[in-house]
Design a binder for this molecule. Sequence first.
Ligand code: CTP
Length: 402
Amino acid sequence: MHPVMTGRRVLLIIGGGIAAYKSLDLIRQLRKQGASVVPVLTRAAEEFITPLSVSALAAEKVYRDLFDLTDEAGMGHIELSRVADLLIVAPATAHMMARMAGGHADDLASTLLMATDKRVLIAPSMNVRMWQHPATQRNLATLRDDGVLVVGPNEGEMACGEFGPGRMAEVPEIIAAIGAAFGAGPLAGKHIIVTSGSTHELIDPVRYIANRSSGTQGTALAVALRDMGARTTFVTGPARVAPPDGVTVVRVKTAREMQEAVTNALPANAAIFAAAVADWRVEHEATEKMKKREGEVLHLTFAENPDILAGVARMAEGRPALVVGFAAETTDVLAQAQAKRARKGCDWIVANDVSPETDIMGGTENAVHLVTGDSVETWPRMAKAAVARRLATRIFAHLCTG
Ligand code: CTP
């Protein structure tokens, strides 16, 4: 039994893929953890597994047909879509994802997904080429933007003999994702905002000023906080790494958009500013593409961008209990970080040396100092994911046990 699963009701939509057999085990495991499962089978799923085996394992009626249900006085499709705490689609085929992204409601499963007011978690499963197809990737991005949680797919040998991403996540991974969706973990009930990536400040419609931030550290941090059960709002500028699943993603381009997104996401228990925000923007952005003229030197004038971190750290009312900034420096790292902490009014600064020879900016590892008040901790160089987990644990200690 798992405390967050006990007494939870999960509506499991089983799609028509070879991985449908794993859903039988998913039902068993969920029930073992103390959850109850309301199963829904698509027509295609019935080609892979039988309603009888699903019903026997779930110890519940299997729902299959939209029109059965609307005729039925007992429970209509709207009600069925709301009886559960979470909807899971496993396996989620390419076709099912396309129908979800397109808002179709032409069978029971798609209608329930449209009608629900609960969170939805999908476990995609398909041939590697179908997964990599631009249409599927487009649908995936749409579903993520709609707040759908995604677990997997994994890479590996596929039933069709090909190799690559497309295998449905294993049952324990799906159970972990369900646990995270239910807010399991020590940071459950806490809302944390993370900024990440770079910003693009437009010069004209086709040119911009940017920086080399890849978004790796900010993304790793959002993952670590999510995994500890925090409700995480991830405000990201352009980045090379994809935003994580299971967090609320707000995409922005400019510093001013980032500031607005952070303001809209408040209140929060903590706000972590990992984004590399441009300090300046071009004062007068050209509305048409700028043309070069023979012998003419271009002069741009810059205006200062709002300091998002300082703005939140100095809020008179509703300030998050913990405000953390990052300081990417190339000289006098500690002295700069301590001065920055005082200047910005934040609680902690995570400082690092981003001189080109460190390979930290855009790389996979980080070596940071954590500046908290007068004390400084120097952490050894480690993977950015490990830095993120250590920082998330410190945030937990500060918010929940401090
Ligand atoms: N930051 C921010 N808004 C800005 C600039 C920076 O929120 N307009 C945040 C960053 O996300 C980071 C911290 O402030 O957490 C430090 O950013 P940095 O650019 O190093 O600070 P600056 O004040 O610009 O200092 P410097 O003089 O070193 O550029």
